[in-house]
Design a binder for this molecule. Structure first.
Ligand code: FE2
Length: 303
C-alpha cells in the first residue's frame, strides 16, 4: 500500500494574517514542520483569489512569479521569501486534469497572491517553500466542478505531494468590522462577540468535516452551499471553492472511515472565522497536527 498524505483546508483570513503570528499561523507552521519531517516533497494548492472564466483551469507555471502587494503588511515580511515554483509538477497537474476531461493549461504569466504565499511563508519560516504549484478556481462556482478537480489530483497524495485548499470557512468581507483595522491596524480585537450566523455556520462547517468521511464528506460540503446561513457566511463564493477542492481530494470511497479533524482557529475582524482543517492522517506520528497552545499565543508584529 502506498503512503497516502493528508489534505488540508486553511482559512487564510485577511492580509493582516501575514503580519501577526496567530493561532492559525502557529498551526500552519506546525503543518510545514510535519511536512518536512514526513517526507512531503511538493505541494499543490488552490487559493481563493485566482479565478478563471469559462471552462478553463490554469496551473501556475511562472518560474519567477512576482508577489502581488499585500495591504497592511510590511513588505519586508514577504518580499524575500523564495516561492520555489515547480514547473515539472505544473505539467504533471495539467496532465492529470486533462486526463480527467478538464480544459487545463499552464499559465507562464502567473502572479502569486497573498492567499497562497501567506500560507507558504508561515509553513516554511526558513525562507524557502517546498516546490509547489497553484491551481486556479473557476468563476462559475460550481461545487461539483471543484470537487472533481480535487478528485482528479487525489493520486498525488500517494506521490509525496501535499494538497491544500486556501479559502475561508466563514469569510464575508461585507460583514467584517473593517473600522478597527483601518483606524488602528488591529485585525484581532474582538470588542464584542461575533454575530450568531458566524458562530452557527462555522459550527456547521466543522460538523460536516468531523462527522463525515469519504463521499459523504463531499456531499456534506456541497450541501453547505444550501445552508440557510451560507450567504451570511460567504459574501461571495470564491473562498468556498477551495474547500470543495480539498474534499474532492479527501472524499473518495478509499477515504471512507478515515477521520477528518478541526485544527486551530483565529477569529478576526469580529466575524471572520479563520478555522483550519485536516483530512486524513499523517503517515507517521503525530498523525494529527497538534494545536499547540503555547505556540498559539498571539505575537503581534512577530518578526
Ligand atoms: Fe482571501
Amino acid at each position: 500500500m502506498p503512503t497516502t498524505l493528508p489534505v488540508f483546508f486553511f482559512s487564510h483570513g485577511s492580509t493582516a494574517m501575514l503580519q501577526n503570528r496567530t493561532a492559525a499561523a502557529a498551526y500552519w507552521e506546525q503543518v510545514g514542520r510535519q511536512a518536512l519531517e514526513q517526507g512531503v516533497e511538493r505541494i499543490v494548492m488552490m487559493g481563493a483569489h485566482w479565478e478563471t472564466m469559462g471552462e478553463k483551469i490554469l496551473v501556475s507555471a511562472n518560474p519567477a512569479p512576482p508577489k502581488q502587494p499585500v495591504a497592511w503588511v510590511d513588505p519586508a515580511r514577504y518580499v524575500d521569501f523564495d516561492l520555489n515554483p515547480d514547473l515539472e509538477l505544473a505539467s504533471e497537474v495539467v496532465g492529470l486534469l486533462s486526463d480527467a476531461g478538464f480544459d487545463a493549461a499552464l499559465e507562464p504569466k502567473f502572479e502569486q497572491i497573498h492567499d497562497t504565499f501567506m500560507i507558504l511563508k508561515w509553513m516554511f519560516p526558513g525562507g524557502k517553500s517546498l516546490p509547489h504549484v497553484i491551481v486556479s478556481h473557476n468563476a462559475r462556482f460550481d461545487p461539483h466542478f471543484h470537487m472533481k478537480i480535487g478528485a482528479a489530483l487525489r493520486p498525488l497524495r500517494q506521490a509525496n505531494t501535499l494538497i491544500i485548499g486556501s479559502g475561508g470557512a466563514v469569510h464575508n468581507l461585507y460583514r467584517n468590522n473593517w473600522a478597527q483595522v483601518i483606524r488602528y491596524r488591529d485585525n484581532l480585537a474582538q470588542e464584542r462577540p461575533p454575530e450568531q450566523w458566524a458562530v452557527d455556520f462555522g459550527e456547521a462547517f466543522k460538523d460536516v468535516v468531523t462527522q463525515n468521511t469519504g463521499p459523504a464528506l463531499r456531499r456534506g460540503m456541497a450541501r453547505l452551499m444550501q445552508h440557510p446561513q451560507y450567504r451570511d457566511a460567504q459574501g461571495t463564493d470564491d473562498h468556498f471553492m477551495s474547500a470543495l477542492f480539498a474534499v474532492g481530494a479527501a472524499g473518495s470511497v478509499e477515504d471512507t472511515g478515515k477521520p477528518n479533524y478541526a485544527g486551530a482557529e483565529t477569529w478576526e475582524l469580529l466575524n471572520m472565522r479563520n478555522s483550519q482543517f485536516q483530512f486524513g492522517d499523517w503517515p507517521q506520528e503525530p498523525h494529527v497536527t497538534p494545536i499547540n497552545a503555547a505556540s498559539a499565543m498571539i505575537e503581534v508584529d512577530a518578526k
